[in-house]
Design a protein around this ligand. Structure first.
Ligand code: GLN
Length: 540
């Protein structure tokens, strides 16, 4: 039987509830239990796919093509599982289902209400995830902060669900903030007391408090929290700010979080297998070298917009005991060639990530050209690959006006064009080429060697593709199409054999990288950097 762990947040947003949920997931999987994590987001968008990355950060794509919250990326990376559509539930998706049923007449004349119809639908999503994965533990994280009006139906659904599954089968973890007041020289527990009082007023008594803090919490304050929040002392868990998110599971293990969870859920505690993870954290804490990687993108003011790209670079760095120093470059500033050169001056590698819209494209083409001509290792992701093809078509093939029809409809050389199946698509929500597709690799290419396989599966999120009609001329001019869709119609990977690493892909490899298992294409990029730098050092 599945046991349920509900994670809510108190006092402020951005507490890192997702990392806490993912870390607990890690600690339970390390004990041999199966864990699935589900995120409930109270906003009205049906999914985050239509939201600007400035609003919401990255849109994480699952194998089954769901456009989801970036926390699902953390869940997958920490627990090593592959999640899907059912793992991200929004108010919008809940209301959409209920309203569809109402229009069909499924409610047989009843007045459709928040309770029970919306709360029933929320509970049915918990049950659906349970049936689909049959996990030992289902961790459900509720987005937002306790006290938010829009989160109430979710909290009410949890209250009902907890009494339905019965005592000992579910627990509530409240992640809260313990601020340090400089002027008073004290840590303050009052905001957390209020947050727990609010949560209780909704009918939920938390069993465990996870306290986010910048400093160690004195024993006296732990006792105060325990007393006022009716939580035993050993269930008040300190969770201090740490340099790397991958240290969090180990810090929580030291605080016995998983053991407390297991005892409350009347499950057997076991010795966790965390040796590999500990080794990883040692590597993270003791880097032997630093590599400078330029990310030239559009949403560079908010690093969360590219969180999986950043994590994937770090993962590849760990494998080389290297710290990745990211230099964020706003692509539209590189439209000026001198600025592009300046941006690339100390770059050991260049990554051009995914994106939408024309802004900054010319700047991306400038930095890609520099990487290509100077043999600076380069990885292009989705839009990054489309830009690499446009750059090659303009500056090597010689089609000066080569472009994507996304940016210039009337170009005479539309090297990137709308996919056939996208031509008659209406609306923006969930209508791209989404999720996992097969790709065949050409033997002997850099991509094929990096993967060590001939067939791969990768996740997509795009509308445009390399124009089939113009591909031959581009490939005759030297750009190698090393990965293709099984029918040979869609270009999935391009590369330049003469460069140390100039590889770009139409898919998003960043969604499949794991801290202990970096993605082959990111590994390829960072290995090339490592080789270049060590040979330069030898020459010196
Ligand atoms: N805008 C491009 C397309 O739709 C690339 C999308 C992306 O980078 N995810 O094809």
């Amino acid at each position: 039987m599945t046991k349920y762990i509900f994670v809510t947040g108190g006092v402020v947003s951005s507490l890192g509830k997702g990392i806490v949920a993912a870390s607990l997931g890690k600690l339970l999987t390390a004990r041999g239990y199966s864990v699935v994590i589900q995120k409930f987001d109270p906003y009205i968008n049906v999914d985050p796919g239509t939201m600007s990355p400035f609003q919401h950060g990255e849109v994480f794509v699952t194998d089954d093509g769901a456009e989801t919250d970036l926390d699902l990326g953390h869940y997958e990376r920490f627990t090593g599982t592959n999640l899907g559509k059912i793992n991200n539930v929004t108010s919008g998706s809940v209301y959409q289902t209920v309203i569809k049923k109402e229009r069909r007449g499924d409610y047989l004349g009843a007045t459709v209400q928040t309770i029970p119809h919306i709360t029933n639908e929320i509970k049915s999503r918990l049950k659906k995830a349970t049936t689909q994965f049959k996990p030992d533990f289902l961790i459900a994280e509720i987005g937002g902060t306790i006290g938010d009006i829009e989160g109430l139906p979710f909290i009410e659904a949890i209250r009902q669900f907890r009494s339905e599954v019965g005592f000992g089968n579910s627990i509530s973890i409240h992640v809260t903030l313990i601020p340090y007041l400089q002027a008073a020289g004290e840590m303050k527990t009052k905001p957390s007391q209020h947050s727990v009082t609010t949560l209780r007023s909704y009918g939920i008594q938390p069993e465990i408090l996870v306290c986010r803090t910048s400093k160690s919490i004195p024993k006296k304050e732990i006792e105060k929290l325990a007393l006022f929040c009716s939580v035993p002392k050993e269930a008040v868990i300190e969770c201090k700010d740490l340099k790397s998110i991958y240290e969090v599971p180990l810090a929580l293990e030291e605080q016995n979080l998983a053991s407390v969870v297991l005892s409350r859920l009347q499950m057997k505690d076991k010795t966790p297998k965390l040796e590999e993870w500990r080794k990883l954290v040692e590597k993270i804490k003791n880097p032997q070298k630093t590599f400078n990687v330029v990310i030239a993108g559009k949403y560079t003011k908010l690093s969360d917009a590219y969180i999986s790209v950043v994590e994937s670079l770090k993962h590849a760095g760990y494998a080389h005991s290297a710290q990745i120093n990211i230099k964020w470059v706003s692509a539209d500033e590189c439209i000026d060639e001198a600025k592009a050169k300046e941006a690339m001056k100390d770059a050991d590698a260049l990554v051009v990530p995914g994106g939408f819209g024309v802004r900054g494209i010319e700047g991306k083409l400038n930095v890609i050209r520099i990487a290509r001509e100077k043999n600076i290792p380069f990885l292009g992701l989705c839009l990054g690959m489309q830009c690499a093809v446009i750059e090659y078509a303009r500056n090597v093939v010689g089609w000066k006006d080569a472009n994507s029809t996304e940016f210039e409809e009337g170009t005479t050389h539309p090297v990137i064009d709308l996919m056939l199946e996208q031509k008659n698509v209406e609306g923006y929500g969930g209508t791209m080429r989404l999720g996992q597709y097969e790709c065949r690799l050409t033997k002997g290419t850099k991509a094929q060697k990096a993967y060590g396989k001939d067939v791969i599966f990768e996740r997509h999120r795009h509308r445009y593709e390399v124009n089939h009609e113009l591909r031959k001329q581009i490939s005759d001019a030297g750009l190698v199409f090393s990965g293709m869709s099984p029918d040979g119609m869609l270009a999935e990977i391009v590369e330049l054999p003469q460069n140390d690493w100039f590889v770009a892909c139409q898919f998003h490899p960043e969604f499949k990288s794991r801290p202990e298992k970096p993605h082959p294409l990111f590994k390829g990029l960072i290995s090339a950097v490592d080789k270049q730098k060590s040979s330069k050092n030898q020459v010196k």
